[in-house]
Design a protein around this ligand. Sequence first.
Ligand code: AR6
Length: 172
Amino acid sequence: MIEVCEGDITRLEVDAIVNAANSSLLGGGGVDGAIHRAAGPELREYNRGLGGCPTGEARISPGFRLPARHVISTVGPVWRGGGHGEPELLASAYRNSFELALAHGLRSIAFPAISTGVYGYPLEAATRIAVSVMRCYEDRFERIIACCYDAETAAVYRRVLDEIRDCSEGGE
Ligand code: AR6
């Protein structure tokens, strides 16, 4: 079951919220800033011990002051025109976040629209990759939430979820 929610990911009571982080894992703007503010300084302190995260990989932390039990930080690609491995790296960011959640026995997970803000990935293309990977994991989770911060993103997710109904691991 994949749900589209419109609003602030930091409010969700789920096993894990995914953070669209940068490779330092120490905080930034956008959803990353919101998650660090809501989790408290403990998240930054904890993440300092993780030693960063390469693009396409994921790391797990406790949720600290968040209603979510864990934060899974992943680093999406910066959009550089599409010919620099961006689709594969974005698919890996989603896939590695799901795999980490499964390895920790988590059953509910919420994602922001990774890379579509500061990192500039075109929304439609990014959503098609996100949904393609989500379809591969929907049977293994109770809840998968696409947490969209604005109405335009939510509308694109709803339409793409209608169009893409099967798993295609690499994106498409
Ligand atoms: N809840 C849900 N979604 C949100 C929230 C929120 N509270 N706030 C923003 N968004 P971005 P990126 C949406 O820029 O493109 C940071 O500085 C936002 O509207 O947060 O992966 C990091 O440190 C957009 O749809 O992430 C990195 O340096 C989506 O989240 C860099 O930005 C992603 O936008 C990562 O850039």
